[in-house]
Design a protein around this ligand. Sequence first.
Ligand code: SF4
Length: 227
Amino acid sequence: MTPAGVTELDLLDIAPEARAAAAPAAAAAGADIDVIRRAADTCRACDLWERATQTVFGVGPVPARIMLVGEQPGDQEDRAGEPFVGPAGKMLDKALAEAGMSREQTFVTNVVKHFRWKPVPGTKRRLHERPSKVQVGACLPWVAAELEIVRPQALVLLGATAAAGLLGSDVRVTRDRGRPLPSNLAPHVFVTIHPSAILRAGEASSRADAFNGFRDDLAAVVRAITA
Ligand code: SF4
């Protein structure tokens, strides 16, 4: 069966290895977000499911005015099964609130739905590892299906992995952040830093600067959809 012929019911019958590729067509054919989420629960389109606890699919209203896409679930998100519930999520909530938007008004997801990590020798810690291009490519159809259903006015890509995955490697977050970019993915498309970068920014003054820049980028998104 070609992905273009996929219907809502077909998606759950497709082999776990092939289901991601078929998801955007199923969404376009009318599959709702719960069908897509259930199909992603048992996705095997790349190797990341083997060491992760569960698929972490997007959450939020459908449709939503803003859709935020990060890199991948972190340790806490992997355990909770929800995106942005850890420290980076708290940073995101604070910046959204200061920008004039609440998390509840946004659909929040990641470009990769399983946690990639490596063990820290001698500890039980799981250290984040950036997903490979192959893993990002394998997972992209799930974001495409989410976009098809959420249909946001503004799509905001958080960090280099999400930006490169959806817009290509020519995009540079430091150069292109905080202003509308040409793309047919949504009426307004922005890139900015991933909120975890604020937590890694070092001294308190550097973290404050990073936070203020992030909040200002989100405020530009809010202005764009309320203009
Ligand atoms: S990371 Fe994405 S493509 Fe890979 S198994 Fe998980 S849901 Fe499927």
